[in-house]
Design a binder for this molecule. Structure first.
Ligand code: PMP
Length: 403
């Protein structure tokens, strides 16, 4: 059997995805909000579009910060590109430990550990802390990396309805005799922008003797006086056993952190396979993150600007009669329903100079296809007002809004 015929089933699957408006393809990059001229890069060859990015995760507008670029450039010139080995072999350097100390200070916790990215942090941590005889209680809307971590761990997956504490309570009760129980939740849900019921999760955790892990990918850097995250402003951070966040969003960089007790971190250094069996982060990236951490703590105005931006953008769309997901976060999902309308909406926005992605099943539930807007401190008032007017026009053309 030649390759063409042995992979025929892939072609068939792709064709049925296409038919259901569910096929994805990689798009050319779009502009970063706030950059002068808004061009990402002008190469004749690639012909990248000059779009206003309304779907990125560069929440604080840090990804182009000169101090971060300079910090990375210096280390790049001194130490080169790659770390050369995993941290437990010869890849470790003082800068990694210094960064972890700075993270622990920022989070007021005993210790922290850096991972290559959020996906590897979640899969590595979950697989390390639970196994075949255990059970993990996971919100139905948790990020895919959490679900994959649970599958990799071989623990039983007990999925509870989104933010439904009664359902979670019933599942905890059912599994009350299991030795090790882990509750996992996103702090801010990535496709809906709403927040976890952290206080209730703490009560249930205590009642059933479970561990609690919170993923602050979309809240770290954004909430709290110094961007510590949602657990801090809700006053529950000392009750969270495993606190995870990423550097890929508000920090404008790449990578992830896990914070908690010294015991937890020592354990992960010994058991988290995505740390042990993977090459250490490039040293220049460590320097970039360290600089981002300083900026996140110092530049409060970015959080304030972001909040003003997402609140005013949301209120523009609400007044226009669009159906939005609930929540007070930079993620503003505009629900359009069917997959094809979502794709047409996104394509029409692109024609009008706006990059805003259509999110379809299986990422979200059937019938809730949406445009996921996400705001940045780097957007200007004018950009957002013009974008809202354009969204209104497209909404009217496609008959999407109520008014
Ligand atoms: N957790 C959540 C809630 C996320 O939204 C994401 C990224 N979309 C991740 C984890 C993975 O993070 P990373 O992109 O750094 O791998």
């Amino acid at each position: 059997m030649n390759v063409e015929s042995s992979l025929k089933w892939m072609k068939q699957e792709l064709a049925s995805m296409e038919e259901a408006s569910l096929k994805r393809s990689l798009q050319a990059g779009s502009a970063i909000p706030g950059l002068p001229g808004r061009m990402l890069r002008g190469t004749g060859e690639l012909n990248l579009p000059n779009l206003l990015n309304l779907s990125g995760n560069n929440y604080l507008g840090l990804s182009q910060h000169p101090a971060m670029i300079e910090a990375m450039r210096e280390v790049l010139l001194q130490e080169g590109v790659g770390a050369g080995a995993s941290r437990l072999v010869t890849g470790n350097r003082p800068a990694y430990t210094e960064l972890e100390e700075a993270i622990a200070d920022w989070q007021s916790c005993e210790a922290a550990l850096v991972f290559a990215n959020g996906y590897m942090a979640n899969t590595g941590v979950i697989r390390a802390v639970v196994g075949r005889d255990d059970v993990v209680f996971s919100d139905q809307l948790n990020h895919a990396s959490i679900v994959d971590g649970i599958l990799m761990s071989r623990a039983e997956l007990a999925r509870y309805r989104h933010n439904d504490m009664e359902h979670l309570g019933a599942l905890l009760h059912k599994h009350r005799d299991r030795k090790r129980k882990l509750i996992v939740t996103d702090a801010v849900f990535s496709m809906d922008g709403d927040q976890a019921r952290l206080e209730d999760l703490i009560l249930l955790k205590h009642e059933y003797g479970a561990m609690l892990m919170v993923d602050e990918a979309h809240s770290g850097g954004i909430y709290g006086r110094h961007g510590e995250g949602l657990c801090h402003i809700r006053g529950v951070k000392d009750e969270v056993d495993i606190h995870m966040g990423t550097f890929s969003k508000a920090f404008g960089a790449y990578g992830a952190y896990v914070c908690g007790s010294r015991t937890l971190i020592d354990f992960l250094v010994n058991k988290a396979r995505t740390l042990i069996y993977s090459t250490a982060m490039p040293p220049a990236l460590v320097a970039g993150i360290a600089q981002a951490l300083v900026l996140v703590q110092q530049e409060h105005w970015r959080r304030e600007r972001l909040r003003t931006n997402h609140r005013s953008f949301r209120s523009h769309l609400e007044k226009m009669g669009f159906v939005l997901g609930i929540g007070d976060s930079p993620i503003v999902p505009m629900i359009v329903g069917d997959n094809e309308t979502a794709l047409r909406f996104s394509a029409a926005l692109e024609e009008n100079g706006i990059a805003a992605v259509a999110i379809r099943p299986p990422t979200v539930q059937e019938g809730t296809a949406r445009i996921r807007f996400s705001l940045s401190a780097a957007h200007t008032d004018k950009e957002l007002r013009e974008a809202a007017a354009c969204i209104r026009e497209v909404g009217l053309q496609l008959g999407v809004m109520g008014r």
